[in-house]
Structure formats: structure tokens, C-alpha cells
Design a protein around this ligand. Structure first.
Ligand code: UD1
Length: 364
């Protein structure tokens, strides 16, 4: 395959596609047959802090095209992306569309490509939480059902795909491109100004991120959760960079929590700095549990399931659930220094994008 589209739409996509663009450039330096690609940003995330800053810090080339879809319901975003990407396909006729992860842009572009006769490669294919109330799970199911080439992050994903009837010759166990970004940037991390401004000390504060509807859309339960955390961290600070969705709800609460250090979305290099040096992380993200696993930092997941079970069976992650009260014994364990030690899953070695590009370059 020599003519590719690479799709990125929302924040967690950017650290996954960056290494793929870099690996293509590296490939093109020595290969006889060069790979041509277009980087297409759907515009699902559009705030500078949610998008452009990631491109700058991760040295990702400027997108060739921005579909500019912006906010909307799931259906609005999906529909707009499909209409606009269809035109873009007709204008350039790529051979392969590479989608990553599980966001709305992933699903919308894979459907559009497939209907236009363009093969689909899904990076991070095959993972499942089993929780169909999350839009991401639907996105995974739909995308995988029409994917031609799967690049997987774990043996669990390989097994899921096998059970779904996908042939082994379509499944490539390649590792984790998000971890490529992590390793490539560990020496470049930036200490945010809030670190010294608040006299934070390494391994003496927590980091929290929340943005799932199950945690942030109901005001009372958000208030209960934040109060519990605020009151049970032994006076330690909890740095809380807020997603725009969470911020809207938090502002309506109109409350102040003395131990929560509220800030806006952080840049990649600052955020990784903060989690690397944290005592522990509280999150409802999936990707962050992979990063904390590699960094060996204790992580509590405020969800009832995970599509990344290796972060629990091998890594430092624990599933706490969405009932706020569940978090207390986990906080206690963390503060007593009794958190489990983890190990790093197979092929999460920083070389995944090279493997993916090598395989793609050999596909007809
Ligand atoms: C999306 C992904 C989710 C990912 C998350 C990370 C889907 C289904 N979900 O959820 O998997 O973990 O991104 O951030 O694709 N907004 C802004 N500025 C922006 C982007 C969004 O203000 O740059 C606001 C909008 O008002 C929007 C809300 O945030 O209503 C949610 O954005 P949306 O892209 O719909 O989904 P996320 O919750 O960000």
C-alpha cells in the first residue's frame, strides 16, 4: 500500500498517529517505493489545548485537511464527518484508510472509506469493554466489523478478534503506538508552572481526569465523588486538569474543594510529567491506564469495566467502578503504600509504529 489516509479526530488519537507519521518518514528515507499519505483531522476536537498543542509538542506534521466538524451529538458528528470525508476520498482516492482508537471520527471514517472501496486498517483494533452504554464500545464494534487489517495492542485483542471470526492473516499483533509517543518523549517532559506554585513534591500528590458521562453528567454524584476524594487524600493535593465537558458541569456545581487543584486541559508533555511523578492517578480514561502501567504509577479507574484488561492483570490499574463510595479502600491502600507492582505488557516497547509501517508497506 503506497497511498494512505491517516485519520485523527480527538485528543487521544494524536499520540497514536504521531509515531505512525514519523515511521513513514523514516521508511521513505531508505525505501525505493515511498509511501504517500494525507493526514486528515476531522475537527472533532478543535480547542488549541485539546488539539493544536499536541501536534506542536509531538512534532506531528500539520494536517493536509481539516474536516472542521466541531461539536455535536454523536449522530451529527458522525454524519458530518462521513459527508466531508467522502468528498475527500473522491478527490484523492487513497488505497488504505488508517484509523486509530475508538472515537467517533474512527468509526465515521472507517464506514466512509469502506463504502468507497478503500481498505481499512484499525490501529488498536479488537479491544472490548463489553459496556455498550459507552459510545466508544459501539465505535469499536462497528469499526472492527469492517476492518481489513487489524493492528492490535494485546493478546486479549487477538483472542477477541479470533472469537469474532476474523482470520489470523488479517490480525497483526504490533504493540501500542501510544506507548511509542510516551517513550519518545520521556526526556522532553515539561514541569507545569502549577507544580512549584503549589509546592508540589514528587510522589506526594495525585492526578485526576474525568470526562465520561457516567461520572460527570449527573451533578449530585459528581459532587459526592469530588467531596469523597477531597476528604480522603490525607491533605495531599489532587491535580485535576478538566476536560471541557467536565468543566461545564463543575461550574454549575459552584463549589470549592480545598485539596483539588483545578486547571484546564494540559499539554501532553506537561500531563505526562504530572502523572510520571504522581503518587497515584484517578481516571475514567482508557489510554491513561496504559501510560500509568508503563510508568509504574498506581491508577484507579472510575468505570465498571475496561477494554484494556492487561493494565489490571499485568499493570498498576484497578477497576474501582462508578459508585463513588467504592474509591475509599483504594485510596487507603494507596496512602498506606500498599499498591501492587506491575509489569509492562508485551510489545509495548516504543517500536510499534515501525512494525506497523513495515507491514503496511508490504501489503498489496
Ligand atoms: C471524546 C471521545 C472519547 C475520548 C475523549 C478525550 C468519542 C465518542 N469520545 O469524548 O473517547 O476519551 O474525546 O477527550 O469520540 N469540546 C470543547 N472543545 C473541544 C472538544 C470538545 O469544548 O476541543 C466540548 C464540546 O462542547 C463537546 C464536549 O466537549 O460537547 C464533548 O466533546 P466530544 O468530542 O463530543 O466528546 P468527548 O467527551 O471529548
Amino acid at each position: 500500500m503506497k497511498k494512505l489516509d491517516i485519520i485523527a479526530g480527538a485528543r487521544p488519537n494524536f499520540m497514536k498517529i504521531g509515531p505512525i507519521t514519523h515511521a513513514i518518514h523514516k521508511h521513505n528515507e531508505s525505501a525505493n517505493e515511498k509511501i504517500e499519505y494525507r493526514l486528515i483531522h476531522t475537527g472533532q476536537h478543535y480547542d488549541k489545548k485539546m488539539s493544536e498543542d499536541f501536534f506542536d509538542q509531538l512534532n506531528i506534521p500539520k494536517p493536509n485537511l481539516n474536516l472542521g466538524v466541531g461539536s455535536g451529538t454523536q449522530a451529527e458528528q458522525t454524519g458530518k464527518i462521513m459527508l466531508r470525508y467522502e468528498e475527500a476520498i473522491k478527490a484523492w482516492k487513497p488505497q488504505l484508510c488508517i484509523v486509530v482508537g475508538d472515537v467517533t471520527s474512527t468509526m465515521a471514517c472507517s464506514i466512509t472509506a469502506k463504502k468507497e472501496g478503500v481498505k481499512v486498517a484499525h490501529v488498536e483494533g479488537g479491544i472490548r469493554s463489553g459496556d455498550e452504554s459507552m459510545p466508544e464500545e459501539i465505535n469499536r464494534m462497528v469499526t472492527d466489523s469492517i476492518t481489513d487489517y487489524f493492528f492490535t495492542t494485546s493478546s486479549v485483542a487477538n483472542e477477541n478478534l479470533k472469537n469474532l471470526g476474523h482470520h489470523n492473516d488479517k490480525v497483526f499483533f504490533a504493540g501500542n503506538t501510544m506507548i511509542d509517543s510516551l517513550y519518545a518523549n520521556l526526556e522532553r517532559l515539561i514541569k507545569p508552572s502549577l507544580f512549584d506554585e503549589n509546592q508540589l513534591k514528587n510522589k506526594d500528590y495525585l492526578v485526576m481526569t474525568l470526562h465520561r458521562p457516567s461520572n460527570v453528567d449527573a451533578m449530585q454524584s459528581l459532587e459526592h465523588l469530588l467531596s469523597l476524594i477531597n476528604n480522603n487524600v490525607d491533605g495531599k493535593k489532587v491535580v485535576f486538569p478538566m476536560h471541557p465537558r467536565t468543566k461545564k458541569m463543575y461550574d454549575q456545581l459552584g463549589m470549592n474543594f480545598e485539596n483539588l487543584l483545578i486547571t484546564g486541559p494540559m499539554s501532553y508533555l506537561e500531563f505526562i510529567y504530572m502523572i510520571k511523578n504522581a503518587l497515584g492517578v484517578i481516571t475514567d480514561s482508557g489510554g491513561i491506564t496504559e501510560e500509568t502501567t508503563v510508568l509504574g504509577v498506581p491508577c484507579m479507574t472510575l468505570r465498571n469495566s475496561t477494554e484494556r484488561p492487561e493494565t489490571v492483570t499485568q499493570g498498576t490499574n484497578e477497576i474501582v467502578g462508578t459508585n463513588p463510595d467504592n474509591i475509599l479502600p483504594f485510596l487507603e491502600k494507596l496512602l498506606l503504600g500498599q499498591w501492587k507492582k506491575g509489569s509492562i505488557p508485551e510489545l509495548w516497547d516504543g517500536k510499534t509504529a515501525d512494525r506497523i509501517v513495515k507491514i503496511i508497506s508490504g501489503l498489496d
